[in-house]
Design a protein around this ligand. Structure first.
Ligand code: NAD
Length: 486
């Protein structure tokens, strides 16, 4: 059965592209949609539509009205909840409960949270004493950045898209979004939802396609964009920096990770094992925050190894809507080849495979899907590539340590710096170690627990800047300071 055509969405209208490519369902290899790839003309039309929206009614829309519209978008996301879940699951193959509880629920929350942020945002003002007497008043007006290019990956498509679109719109910008070629559906559906909520045409535009020599590159190289917010691989971030460098545009980057968990022998073992199972295997390990390095204090190393192996064996792979399924496929055959290459590399580097390590046999119906086994290793060290490079699959290596100091050194021995999780019941140690983690987000006795007002982002290869609450506000606005001599 051929799937529907998915068009670019420009100024509220569907636009065909220069060619159509197949979006394949990673569960069973069936066709989800024919996606219209935007050439330079469609990207240009989208940027111009966004500019016209800014120059027109949207540019004059006050904060109160934008807040009202954003809350309406959240309401419409909830009204179209099931449609969005279906779109997200068809593109990613993730289990239905995950799409419901994480992806789509968070999309609505993103709009509400950033509506609250801008509703409560004040103005910087300073009364200044002048040398010869008298005063001057300074106040800074936060203006939108302008036309913002929003480029996002495939792992949490709608969640990550709305994490950027919601604050951008809340601050009065217009956006051109480029979803991943692997997950075009929910971004397209969101265009309908925007229209239903009353967001004017041209404020939210969607262009489909790939990165190099395609919509991604055409967008970042377009002279009409005023900034880029990007989530994806570190080396793509580097290519985007080069693309915007000639015109010196601001960027906000949420990039890759090689995240550590540090498990001390005073932890609550059962809670830690549950937490590690989530942090290693959630979304088949395809979350930028997922743990790929597990450092365990030597006294409990064997207990953690056997407990985590048991839990990995308990994961159930299968169709997104099948009862009890915890784990979906990888996003594509191409990504599976990459993860499999790391499974092979681990063996070359001397790893002992504790569980998994291959491609599961899930029967003929799923034989064309991109399935891979959840996998755990021991026997590798920080010198090995499997402990240095981001794999982005359902896998982690466990490494023993003796002292707290050694654990901190091992965890920080990486070019990335996105997230870490510390597992301990010692409160002093919790603060001490969490604060020493060279990362954007350090969790203690939990993982991926988010207050959307708090800063989110990474150090080193993991990104530039922070988003969340007022951190997003600062990226998506630019102040004009007005100084009045009184
Ligand atoms: P990717 O970098 O390959 O692609 C991301 C997006 O960029 C896609 O839309 C893609 O088409 C586009 N793109 C690729 N090359 C481009 C170019 N030269 N110019 C413009 N656009 C281009 O990443 P991916 O494989 O889709 O996603 C997985 C990566 O995303 C992992 O590294 C993961 O850690 C990272 N990620 C980070 C976060 C975070 O918050 N830090 C969150 C989720 C995912």
């Amino acid at each position: 059965m051929p799937g529907p055509d998915l068009y670019n969405m420009v100024a509220g209208a569907p636009l065909p592209g220069r060619a159509a490519f197949d979006k394949i369902n990673p569960v069973d290899g069936t066709l989800v949609a024919k996606v219209h790839e935007a050439g330079p003309d469609v990207v240009d039309a989208a940027v111009q539509a966004a500019r016209r929206a800014l120059d027109g009614h949207w540019g004059r829309t006050g904060v109160g009205e934008r807040v009202r519209l954003l809350r309406k978008v959240a309401d419409r996301i909830e009204a179209r909840f099931d449609d969005l879940v279906v779109a997200e699951v068809a593109d990613t193959g993730k289990p239905l409960p995950l799409a419901r509880e994480l992806d789509v629920a968070r999309a609505a929350m993103n709009f509400r949270s950033f509506a609250d942020t801008v509703a409560g945002a004040g103005v910087d003002s300073y009364l200044m004493d002048l040398a010869g007497g008298g005063q001057a008043l300074n106040y800074a007006v936060a203006k939108p950045l302008g036309v913002v290019a929003v480029i996002v990956p495939w792992n949490l498509p709608l969640l990550l898209l709305t994490w950027k679109v919601a604050p951008a719109l809340a601050c009065g910008n217009a956006v051109v979004v480029k979803p991943s070629e692997e997950t075009p559906s929910s971004a397209t559906l969101l265009a309908e939802i925007m229209a239903e909520a009353g967001i004017p045409d041209g404020v939210y535009n969607v262009v489909h396609g790939f990165g190099p020599d395609s919509a991604g590159e055409y967008l970042t190289a377009h002279p009409g964009i005023d900034g880029v917010t990007f989530t994806g691989e570190s080396r793509t971030g580097s290519a985007i920096m080069r693309a915007v460098a000639p015109r010196v545009r601001p960027v906000s980057f949420e990039l890759g990770g090689k995240n550590a968990a540090v498990v001390f022998d005073d932890c609550d073992l059962e809670a830690t094992l549950d937490g590690l199972t989530r942090s290693v295997f959630m979304n088949s390990g395809q979350v930028c925050l997922c743990t790929e390095r597990v450092y365990v204090q030597r006294g409990i190393f064997d207990d953690v190894v056997s407990g985590l192996v048991d839990r990995a064996k308990g994961l159930k792979l299968g169709r997104p809507d099948a009862e009890g399924v915890t784990t979906g496929p990888l996003i594509s055959q191409e990504h599976r080849r990459k993860v499999q290459a790391y499974y092979d590399l681990a063996l070359d580097e001397g790893a002992e495979v504790l569980v998994g390590g291959g491609v599961p046999d899930l029967g003929p119906e799923l034989a064309n899907g991109s399935w891979i086994e959840p996998t755990l290793w021991t026997g590798v060290t920080n010198a090995d590539r499997v402990l240095r490079e981001e794999i982005f699959g359902p896998t982690a290596a466990l490494v023993p340590f003796d002292s707290e100091e050694e654990a901190v050194t091992l965890a920080n021995d990486t070019d990335y710096g996105l997230a870490a999780a510390v597992w301990t019941s010692n409160l002093e140690r919790a603060h001490r170690v969490a604060q020493q983690m060279r990362v954007g987000m350090a969790w203690v006795n939990t993982w991926y627990l988010r207050d959307l007002r708090s800063p989110f982002g990474g150090m080193g290869l993991s990104g530039i800047g922070r988003e969340g609450g007022m951190h997003s506000f600062h990226f998506y606005t630019q102040p004009t300071n007005v100084c009045i001599k009184l």
